[in-house]
Design a protein around this ligand. Structure first.
Ligand code: 1GP
Length: 249
């Protein structure tokens, strides 16, 4: 039987194996570019594709996911900016609750409205405590979510938020400085969060070089997500993936 995404994440965490995920925004990609990205990702042994964005304006989502699925076996996980960003062709869905914010719509409201539709999709649901951390610039996610991020130097707030999310039953914690963040999340914040939770920890936002990806993993991140830096320089896929996979077990 095929191992579920969550089982594999749990197993990798237990073994200390780190994962590298490439974020694809369906609005920013066309078929030739996607083909190139898939090719590079296969060579680089990328572990997951995350597909989504805070705003998906076009309706390319299904097309984009189907194209990836027919080209390779790298699992596709949806990272939706809104409940409309669901594609049944993906493997899993980060079912995000914005636990760092105090906007009831993004904590539970939108989930209630879309629950039957999400259930029907047949996707593997990965309940995720989503934490936006201040990355030094107002990002789309902080504007759209109408919720203030955790201040970048308030490590204890981040730790308590993640801990509460885990105790509420969330299966993953995702700390995000926002796409294109000027300042990525500090290693000290990642470390204190990682030290206090048992579920896999995803970290993303503004990770611009392989060194930072490596240091984040050393600090305790289990999955590193990179979008922007790769859009600018695709050769970083291999360097980043190698850095993440070189963290000693
Ligand atoms: C954003 O964590 C992701 O939600 C990735 O951010 O695009 O800055 O790599 P970047």
């Amino acid at each position: 039987m095929k191992m579920t995404i969550y089982k594999s994440l749990e197993q990798r965490k237990k073994q200390g194996v780190k994962s590298f995920a490439v974020l694809i925004d369906p609005d920013k990609i066309n078929t030739p570019l996607l083909d190139e990205l898939i090719e590079l990702s296969l060579t680089a042994r990328v572990d997951y594709f995350l597909v989504g964005g805070s705003l998906v304006i076009s309706n390319h989502l299904d097309e984009c996911v189907q194209h990836i699925k027919k080209s390779c076996t790298i699992p596709v996980i949806l990272f939706p900016g809104s409940p409309s960003q669901i594609s049944k062709y993906a493997d899993g869905l980060l079912y995000l609750s914005l636990i760092s914010g105090r906007n009831p719509e993004l904590l539970i409201g939108q989930h209630v409205v879309s629950a039957p539709f999400v259930k029907q999709s047949g996707l593997e649901i990965l309940s995720t405590g989503y934490m936006v951390i201040d990355g030094g610039a107002p990002t789309t996610v902080s504007y759209i979510s109408n919720a203030s991020p955790v201040p970048a130097d308030k490590n204890e707030i981040a730790m308590c938020t993640a801990l509460a999310g885990e105790m509420l039953g969330m299966k993953l914690i995702y700390m995000d400085a926002g796409s294109g963040a000027k300042r990525p999340i500090t290693e000290s914040m990642i470390k204190i969060v990682a030290d206090h939770i048992e579920v896999p920890l995803i970290v993303g936002g503004g990770i611009a070089n392989p060194e930072k990806a490596y240091l984040n993993c050393k600090a305790g991140a289990d999955v590193i997500v990179v979008g922007n830096a790769i859009e600018k320089d695709e050769s970083l896929i291999k360097e980043m993936s190698d850095a993440v996979h070189s963290v000693p077990i």
